[in-house]
Design a protein around this ligand. Structure first.
Ligand code: BG6
Length: 293
């Protein structure tokens, strides 16, 4: 069922002073979350978290100043959910980049108020018009726990009778003080595929620093990452499970300028560090298998 009735959603899933459904930007249903530890917003289309701010902090998640939130359009910033493939489709270049979930319709399964935390659970609605893109019986659920920490559990289940292959990512855009001064700790010595250098395999020396267009898939790593942000005087810790690939992306000035929903200097305040299942880490799910990212 596709929810269109905001008052029905508020009746069934709203929690007084904590979870409210509104008509947000672009007319899209948006879930506003407020509790003792944070505020957050999730656009129902794409199960796309666009904002999460712990109390007394600057926003941790970056949303483009030129974002165009609209039906069926990917949102620049926040946490796009890439699924069931990451990047270009492995065999069909006409299929949308990063899969079908980030612009898909999602339904609400549950909302729960816990002490200082709020849980929101969403499920991707199967779209018969996208059968050609993904014909396999699969369910995808996303469980958000929002508080002083943000936890996202993306759950893929193979409900069909043949094996399927899932590539995916939590394509998180982090809000940072200045890209020139950031370092990412945790990927030292890891090998990565350098997408701005023809996919060459290279080895990371020391922390990751960004001083040009950067588009890398770090492979075979289950490491937690730490974004060290001297400008904002904070460190953001990214812990992950069910993932052996981490993507680091910043488009830098030229690409940023060329993207209508990004704009000239926007790249300075963002860095994507994405917990992924990409390249060799694409997962095979046998019938009945469930994978948590
Ligand atoms: C990154 C990819 O994860 O996403 C990049 O590694 C890509 O290659 C970027 O450009 C943004 O993708 P999109 O489809 O949101 O423009």
């Amino acid at each position: 069922m596709i929810h269109t009735d905001i008052s029905a959603l508020n009746t069934q899933f709203g929690i007084t002073d904590q979870v409210t459904f509104i008509e947000g930007q672009g007319g899209l249903i948006t879930i506003e979350i407020n509790n003792a530890e944070c505020s957050a917003s999730i656009v129902l289309q794409g199960a796309h978290l666009t904002h999460w701010t712990p109390r007394n902090q600057k926003p941790v998640i970056w949303l483009s100043p030129a974002v165009d939130v609209a039906p069926n359009k990917a949102i620049r910033g926040g946490i796009p959910i890439c699924w069931p493939w990451f990047g270009p489709h492995p065999t069909n270049a006409d299929f949308p980049s990063h899969g079908i979930a980030r612009t898909g319709h999602w339904e609400v399964i549950a909302t729960t108020a816990l002490t200082d935390k709020t849980q929101v659970s969403l499920r991707l609605i199967k779209d018969p018009n996208k059968n050609e893109l993904w014909p396999y019986p699969t369910t995808l659920e996303c469980h958000f726990t929002l508080g002083r920490e943000l936890e996202i559990d993306l759950v893929s289940s193979n409900t069909g009778s043949e094996a399927i292959r899932i590539g995916q990512a939590l394509h998180t855009y982090f809000n940072i003080g200045d890209i020139h001064n950031i370092s990412v700790i945790g990927l030292e010595d890891c090998f990565y595929l350098d997408k701005v250098d023809g996919g060459k395999r290279k080895q990371q020396q020391g922390p990751v620093k960004v001083s040009a267009e950067t588009d890398r898939i770090y492979t075979d790593t289950d490491a937690d990452c730490l974004i060290n942000d001297p400008e904002y005087q904070r460190q953001i810790r990214i812990e992950k499970r069910g993932s052996l690939s981490t993507v680091v992306w910043n488009p830098w000035v030229e690409k940023s300028t060329a993207m209508a929903d990004m704009g000239g200097n926007a790249y300075i305040n963002m860095l994507c560090v994405e917990s992924a299942n990409a390249v060799d880490d694409v997962r095979t799910l046998q019938p009945g298998d469930v994978h948590h990212l």
